[in-house]
Design a protein around this ligand. Structure first.
Ligand SMILES: Nc1nc2c(c(=O)[nH]1)N[C@H]1C(S)=C(S)[C@@H](COP(=O)(O)O)O[C@H]1N2
Ligand SMILES: [Mo]
Length: 254
C-alpha cells in the first residue's frame, strides 16, 4: 500500500472517530490557536497536523522520463500584462531580479544568472490541479532552502510568501507555505522545464515547485519572496490569492 493511501485512510479514520486520540497528540505539538486557527478551517487544520505528524520530510513520488506527459497544459495566468514584466521578458529576464525580504537578516536580490549558478536540482513529478487535471513534467531549479539560507531567516519567520507578477482580479497572485515545505528538498525555484528554459506560460523566469501540494500553490512569475511571522500580514489573512478570494484550503497537501 502506498504511503499516500495510508495517509488518506488515516485522515478518513480520524473523521470516523479517531479524532480524540489524534488531537491529544496534536496538542503536544502546539495548540491550534498558536498555529493557524485564524487562517485554517478546522478540517484543513486537522489535515495539516496529520500530514505534519506522519512525515514532514517524506518525498513526493518522482517519475521516469518515459512517464512525462507529451503535453503539459498551462493554467491560470499565462502571461503577466504589466509593462515591467513585458520588459523583463523582452530582455530574456536578464534585467530581472528576485527580491528576498521581510523577516530575513539581509534583504537580498538575485539575478536569474545568480540563481542558475547556485546548486541545482531536477525532478520529474506530477502536478495535480483542483480543476481536475494532472500532468507529469520535469523541473529544474535551485532549492528554495539555498536562497533562504543566503538571506538568513530571522527566528520569528514562520511562513514564506511568493509575490507574483500577474494581476488576477483585483490584486497580483500570491501564495505562501510553511517552513517545513520551504526547506523540503523537493521545494525548488524552477527556471527550467522539460530540459528547456521555463516558458512564460508556465511561469518564467521562475516558478515554485512545492511537490507535495496542489497546483494553485505552485506560484508562477515570482518577483519577490517575503518571510513573515504571521499570515495575517498577507492579503486578507488566509495566505494566498485563492484562499482569500475563493475559500480554497491554505494547506493543499496531497
Ligand atoms: N502567478 C500565478 N501562479 C499560478 C497560477 C496563476 O494564475 N498565477 N495558477 C495556479 C494554478 S491553479 C495551477 S494549476 C498552476 C498551473 O501551472 P501551469 O500553467 O504550469 O500548468 O499554476 C498555479 N500558479
Ligand atoms: Mo490549478
Amino acid at each position: 500500500m502506498s504511503r499516500l493511501i495510508t495517509r488518506r485512510k488515516l485522515i478518513s479514520s480520524i473523521g470516523a472517530g479517531g479524532a480524540g486520540v489524534m488531537l491529544s497528540g496534536c496538542d503536544q505539538l502546539g495548540s491550534s490557536e498558536a498555529f493557524g486557527e485564524k487562517f485554517l478551517s478546522y478540517g484543513n487544520w486537522l489535515s495539516y497536523r496529520v500530514h505534519r505528524l506522519i512525515g514532514a520530510s517524506s518525498m513526493a513520488r518522482e517519475y521516469s522520463p518515459s512517464e512525462m506527459s507529451p503535453n503539459f497544459r498551462t493554467n491560470g495566468s499565462t502571461e503577466p500584462l504589466s509593462g515591467e514584466y513585458q520588459q523583463f521578458a523582452a530582455n530574456s529576464f536578464s534585467d530581472w531580479q528576485l527580491k528576498v525580504d521581510g523577516r530575513v537578516r539581509a534583504h537580498r536580490s538575485f539575478s536569474l544568472a545568480e540563481l542558475q549558478a547556485m546548486p541545482a536540482r531536477s525532478q520529474i513529478t506530477r502536478h495535480d490541479c483542483v480543476e481536475g487535471w494532472s500532468a507529469i513534467g520535469k523541473w529544474t531549479g535551485v532549492p528554495l532552502s539555498k536562497v533562504l539560507d543566503e538571506a538568513g531567516l530571522l527566528p520569528d519567520a514562520r511562513f514564506i510568501v511568493f509575490h507574483c507578477a500577474d494581476n488576477i482580479g483585483l490584486s497580483t497572485y500570491y501564495e505562501s507555505i510553511d517552513l517545513v515545505d520551504a526547506f523540503h528538498p523537493q521545494t525548488i525555484l524552477a527556471y527550467g522545464m522539460n530540459d528547456a528554459a521555463l516558458p512564460v506560460g508556465h511561469g518564467a523566469p521562475i516558478r515554485l515547485r512545492v511537490e507535495r501540494q496542489l497546483g494553485y500553490k505552485q506560484a508562477k512569475f515570482i518577483m519577490r519572496i517575503e518571510a513573515v511571522a504571521s499570515l495575517s500580514e498577507v492579503g486578507l489573512g488566509k495566505g494566498g490569492y485563492w484562499e482569500d478570494s475563493a475559500g480554497y484550503d491554505w494547506y493543499a497537501g496531497i
